[in-house]
Design a protein around this ligand. Structure first.
Ligand code: DAH
Length: 374
């Protein structure tokens, strides 16, 4: 026992109040335990607990001992009182130091430079993309653009006049039946257009007055069309078409054939052949169906062309005089050609997709695989 400790003991013994003495004894006795517990502190929480036990405001060894110092006789205040104060101060300082140490270690561990690898590729958000059918329509537009064709648009809700009358489609034509066409219940004269051909009517009517100043017109009209078809692998009540039209002076089948040959070769490859078969559409005379040599088997015969080497790709013809007349254009002065083509049909052929419904389900796996369409 050191001389100092003997002084402290003497001080304790001189205390009259046993309860107060006990509190000071406890504090003196805890010195060794404190040092051990301090070294065992691994976290800031441990430090907090240690602080509560030894020096906290309430119920700690020090907070109990402080008021007990009033029981120390004056002669021992110098030694015993000073010792108690100094123990408290030491504990506080040691806890503070340990806290700083642990805080620094934690900061170092979680610092940016510790966690951040600047060589890693940053997470890039998924990019959207145009739907394969829109890309195919865009491609068609791009093929025709250098030939002076621009894009015309028409409403998807059309009048019966534009969808049928202006296209020389007779009153009793089967396509007009409500079994084939979606009419608007509240407006019987309105319908969802059944083809893109009504854009011919609205566009011709709009430009009729200055057709000569324009030197004619040529345009494409891509868009959605609607028919009361059941949904099956080759039918859908909504699908897409691209309409093409040219009006000028002295236009004949040779211009139609030459233009289509150019465009379809741009689309399917330079060795593509085309053939025109006579057909009937009320808005053209003569009318034809156009086939291309099968782009998938180089016309050797495959599943897509059903062994024939040819696939039907569009309907076309020379604009019927009644269509020009309806739009206010003199068929004696002007002539032209038109065509209409099914976009899904072409996309299915090019991608060898057997089921049309895949284009509308928007399954990301399908859409990604369709990247090769263009
Ligand atoms: N509108 C026709 C259809 O939906 C396609 C068509 C055929 C359009 C011949 C034309 C054309 O412009 O000349 O079946």
């Amino acid at each position: 026992m050191s001389g100092n400790d003997q002084d402290l003991l003497a001080g304790l013994e001189a205390m009259a109040d046993a309860t107060l003495r006990k509190r000071l004894e406890l504090m003196l006795a805890a010195r060794g335990a404190f040092d051990q517990e301090l070294t065992a502190c691994e976290t800031l929480d441990d430090c907090q607990r240690l602080k509560g036990k030894y020096v906290g405001r309430d119920g700690s060894l020090a907070s109990e001992a402080m008021p007990a110092m009033r029981g120390i006789p004056v002669a021992h205040k110098q030694t015993l009182g000073a010792e108690i104060n100094s123990i408290k101060k030491t504990w506080e300082e040691k806890i503070k130091a340990r806290q700083i140490e642990l805080e620094a270690a934690r900061k170092k561990h979680t610092s940016l430079t510790d966690q951040w690898d600047p060589t890693l590729t940053p997470p890039v958000p998924a990019r959207g993309a145009l739907h394969p059918l829109n890309r195919l329509m865009d491609r068609l537009v791009e093929v025709f653009r250098p030939l002076g064709f621009h894009v015309e648009e028409g409403p998807e809700v059309e009048t019966e006049a534009h969808n049928f009358d202006g296209l020389n489609i007779p009153e009793d034509h089967s396509a007009r039946a409500s079994s084939d066409t979606f009419y608007l219940a509240a407006h019987p004269e309105l319908l969802l257009r059944t083809h893109t051909s009504p854009v011919q009517v609205s566009t011709l009517r709009r430009v009729a007055h200055d057709l000569a100043a324009r030197g004619g017109i040529r345009f494409l009209a891509p868009g959605r069309v609607y028919r009361k078809d059941e949904i099956d692998p080759t039918h859908s009540p909504m699908f897409h078409q691209v309409e093409g039209m040219l009006v000028g002076h002295g236009i004949g089948m040779q211009h139609l054939k030459g233009t289509l040959e150019y465009a379809l070769r741009a689309l399917f490859g330079p060795h593509t052949e085309i053939r025109l078969r006579p057909s009937y559409f009320p808005f053209v005379e003569p009318g034809c169906e156009v086939d291309v040599s099968c782009p998938l088997c180089a016309a050797k015969g495959c599943r897509v062309c059903k062994g024939s080497g040819w696939v039907e790709i569009l309907g076309a013809g020379l604009i019927h005089p009644n269509v020009l007349k309806y739009a206010g254009i003199d068929p004696g002065e002007w002539s032209g050609w038109a065509f209409g083509m099914g976009v899904e049909r072409m996309a299915m052929m090019l991608s060898q997709t057997p089921d049309l419904r895949l284009f509308f389900e928007n399954d990301q796996r399908f859409l990604k695989a369709m990247g090769g369409l263009d």
